[in-house]
Design a protein around this ligand. Structure first.
Ligand code: NAD
Length: 498
């Protein structure tokens, strides 16, 4: 059985803890590899490598650091098919969708090619008599990233690209469910010219995560995953004196106003609700049509499209979506569909029991649609993370707006309308981090920042964009007075600009 180890000190190393976890092919249910689960000592070995390499990397001028990313982007493009296939083989999503995953990470690597400009400091000449003042951004030292299974390319790159470009060394702890791609990315970073020890990949579970959170040499931790773990990582990292940004779960609503182009809205819901089998933190899982007539038109158009979704393994080039990632995810999503039925929601399309010939043991769930869902139901409150869309009917705009406003999560939200006033009012009043106006999955591009509000995010600086440069650096401000400006004698009064 193939074993997946770690990448430490610029090379692949086998695990030594004796603990492993199964990596499945989600389309067949077969165990295809075992991933090593790191011990505290293995994590510490990665930190020692990072610590030894980081000062020289921080002292490398930013143009040279940028050149590694120029080359890395080139390598990602060259190896795109291989990387996307590797990703799909463990995650289960279609190869085209995996390319999207990698490209969204690649775009952050392109963004950090501008690091000489992005991390420039500020200078004030003549802040006082012969006084100059300047602020510089220095790396935090060693950063760590803990990532979820659903974007094993994009999210590691969101974290390690800005961290490394800023002059830090980095420890990545990927999801144990699809660990191969991150190791391959680290190999390509070395091929692109990154010195050994700057990017280390340590596979593992809670043991490795806790070792990161308590390690005295790690200065900043970035986490993406479910809300309970995000909350735990944020609290533990902060208690241990680390800077932390932790992104959690979601329940994203799409409001469909009576004036919306219904075909556009339906197509948007299909892609945003069922793409990647709903395993996206920005997936739309709640559709909120405004008015009975809008709701009836929506459901009538959606139902046949969901029934005719093409579901297949990642090797099926024509598939719209693949299986869920694990048996646990499969059981959980089926259980939540059962729960929706018990709660009295109207099940219009039932994805339970979907079987694909030749892949009977795969973790496939068919596209599912509930109507007449209400805010007190568990299927409304819970992040299902599967191909399940709930329709919550709202009488008017205010009632529709109230739903995402009152929901625990605040990652993304969308409105479909032709009415500029309604769209503007919506974007201004909603308490959610990322808003789409006739855009179903409003994931900001690399040069803007990604992050939710409420229980979808803990910490105050977001992923990528200028926030990421701030997160992975510390500001130092220098005040310099030159002898011509120094009066003789001690000054006992607090200096001011009086
Ligand atoms: P998860 O929380 O199970 O795992 C995330 C990471 O935490 C993994 O690396 C895992 O090994 C580690 N982990 C798991 N249990 C742990 C524990 N008890 N202690 C310490 N570490 C632990 O999440 P997942 O299932 O891999 O990913 C899906 C979740 O991620 C969904 O909730 C989704 O919404 C969320 N997500 C959020 C965003 C965002 O930007 N807000 C993006 C992608 C995914």
């Amino acid at each position: 059985m193939r074993e997946i180890g770690h990448f430490i000190g610029g090379k692949y190393v086998a695990g030594t803890s004796g603990r492993t976890s199964d990596v499945f092919n989600p389309a067949t249910g077969e165990v295809q590899a075992k991933v090593a689960l790191a011990s505290v000592e293995e994590l510490r070995a990665a930190v020692e490598n990072a610590k030894a390499a980081q000062p020289k990397w921080a002292a490398t001028n930013p143009q040279r650091r940028a050149r590694v990313f120029f080359k890395f982007v080139e390598l990602l493009n060259q190896h795109m098919d291989e990387l996307a296939t590797l990703l799909s083989s463990e995650h289960g999503k279609t190869v085209e969708d995996s390319k999207g995953d990698i490209i969204r990470g690649l775009e952050v690597c392109e963004f950090v090619c501008g690091i000489p400009h992005l991390a420039k400091g500020e200078f004030t000449e003549g802040a006082g008599p012969a006084i100059d003042m300047y602020s510089i951004r220095q790396p935090v030292g060693i950063g760590a990233g803990i990532t979820p299974f659903n974007f094993p390319g994009m999210i590691p790159m969101w974290m390690f690209a800005p961290a490394i470009a800023c002059g830090n060394a980095f420890i990545l702890k990927p999801s144990e469910r699809d660990p191969s791609l991150p190791i391959r990315l680290a190999e390509l970073m070395i091929e692109a010219g990154l010195p050994a020890g700057i990017l280390n990949v340590v596979n593992g579970d809670k043991t490795a995560v806790d070792a990161i959170l308590t390690d005295p040499d790690i200065g900043a931790v970035s986490f993406v995953g479910s809300t309970p773990i995000a909350r735990y990582v944020y609290g533990t990292a902060a208690m241990n004196g680390k800077r932390a940004q932790c992104f959690g779960g979601a329940k994203n609503h799409m409001i469909i106003m009576p004036d919306a182009d219904m075909d556009q809205a339906v197509n948007a819901l299909m892609g945003a609700g069922y793409g990647s089998a709903g395993e996206r933190c920005m997936a739309i899982s709640v559709a909120v049509p405004v008015g009975e007539e809008t709701a009836n038109r929506l459901v009538e158009k959606l139902t046949p499209k969901i029934e005719s979704l093409r579901i297949g393994p990642y090797t099926d080039e024509k598939a719209d979506m693949g299986p869920l990632v694990t048996k646990d995810a499969y059981n959980r999503v089926n259980g939540l569909i059962d729960r929706g039925v018990e709660e009295g929601a109207k099940l219009l399309v039932d994805g339970r029991g979907f079987k694909l010939q030749g892949y009977e043991n795969g973790y496939f769930v068919g596209g599912t649609l509930f109507d007449n869902v209400t805010p007190d139901m568990d299927i409304y409150k819970t992040e299902i993370f599967g191909p399940v869309l709930s329709v919550v009917r709202a009488k008017n705009y205010e009632e529709a707006l109230d739903l995402p406003m009152k929901h625990e999560y605040g990652n993304g939200v969308a409105i479909y309308t032709r009415d500029g006033d309604a769209a503007r009012d919506f974007a201004s009043r909603i308490n959610i981090g990322m808003i789409g106006i006739n855009v179903p999955i409003p994931v900001p591009l690399a040069y803007h920042s990604f992050g939710g509000w409420k229980a979808s995010s803990f910490g105050d600086l977001n992923q990528h964009g200028t926030d990421s440069i701030k997160f992975w650096t510390r500001t130092k401000t220098v005040t310099a007075r030159w002898p011509s400006g120094i009066k003789s004698g001690a000054e006992f009064v607090m200096p001011t600009m009086k």
